[in-house]
Design a protein around this ligand. Structure first.
Ligand code: SAH
Length: 247
């Protein structure tokens, strides 16, 4: 397990009294997409009786759903957690501190470095009761159309789990596919080659060359080429130079 995976495994998703087994499966799928792994079900209806419905909606997240635990009370579900956040579509009159999904995710990731964290979602029709909200340190609300604020529970889990994944830094892993931009020396070597090649093929006007080279340099700096890409470009330059000298 990498550090991030271990940290994310301390963040559990708790579903209270979910009525549709299909939603449980959809939540499992949403979680696995975002690298969360711990699902706790508090007295779900028709589950496991209709587990087939849940598993059908879980798609490739069967492992996560099979590993989910079922308990009788919210207290059991959040046992061991030092931070509990409840997700609610409604802003209540009593002053629970309300967080955005991004703020909630930052707090969850921060706390999960050292201890278990619970993100709690209410039953489909009525959401979390006041007693359940009393268990929470913070409430999180996903901003919506004010006239239609209630998301499907799996959609709500998806939005918050996405923010948790982004806050954990997991998403950074794939963005540059492990490539590193070339060093300054290698980049300058390419620029010198380019200048020479432009001269060789008769492209650059010596009077305008400084300005031209500066513009080209800025353009290539913007692209942050890696060593392989610079080699490719230099290969093209060499070919153009060779062809010119052959003529
Ligand atoms: N009317 C209920 C909606 C229940 S939807 C309510 O006020 O919460 C089932 C669960 O999905 C909710 O309990 C909540 O955990 C989550 N949810 C739905 N829409 C949400 C939103 N806009 N912001 C945060 N959580 C939401």
């Amino acid at each position: 397990m990498t550090g991030d995976t271990q940290m994310l495994s301390r963040i559990r998703i708790v579903l209270v009294n979910t009525t549709h087994p299909g939603n449980i499966g959809a939540v499992a799928r949403a979680m696995k997409n975002m690298s969360l792994s711990r699902l706790v079900l508090v007295s779900p209806s028709r589950y496991p009786e209709q587990a087939d419905v849940a598993f059908a909606r879980a798609s490739g997240a069967h492992d996560l759903l099979s590993a989910a635990t079922t308990v009788d009370s919210l207290d059991e579900a959040v046992a061991g957690c030092r931070l509990i956040m409840g997700s609610s579509a409604r802003s209540r009159t009593i002053g629970w501190p309300m967080l955005t999904p991004r703020q909630c995710a930052a707090k969850a990731v921060d706390a999960a470095g050292e201890s278990d964290v619970a993100l709690v979602f209410g039953t489909e029709r009525t959401g979390l009761t006041n007693d359940e909200l009393d268990r929470c340190h913070h409430l999180v609300q996903i901003p919506t159309n004010p006239e239609y604020s209630s998301l499907n529970i799996a959609m709500a889990v998806q939005v918050i789990a996405y923010e948790v994944m982004v806050a954990s830094g997991q998403h950074a892993v794939n963005t540059n596919r492990g490539r590193l931009p070339a060093t300054a020396e290698k980049f300058d070597g390419f620029m010198q080659h380019l200048e020479q090649a432009l001269d060789d093929i008769g492209f650059s006007d010596p009077r305008r060359s400084d300005k031209l080279m500066r513009r080209l340099r800025r353009m290539f700096l913007r692209a942050q080429p890696d060593p392989d890409e610079l080699n490719l470009l230099r290969g093209i330059l060499s070919a153009a130079q060779g062809r010119k000298s052959m003529r």
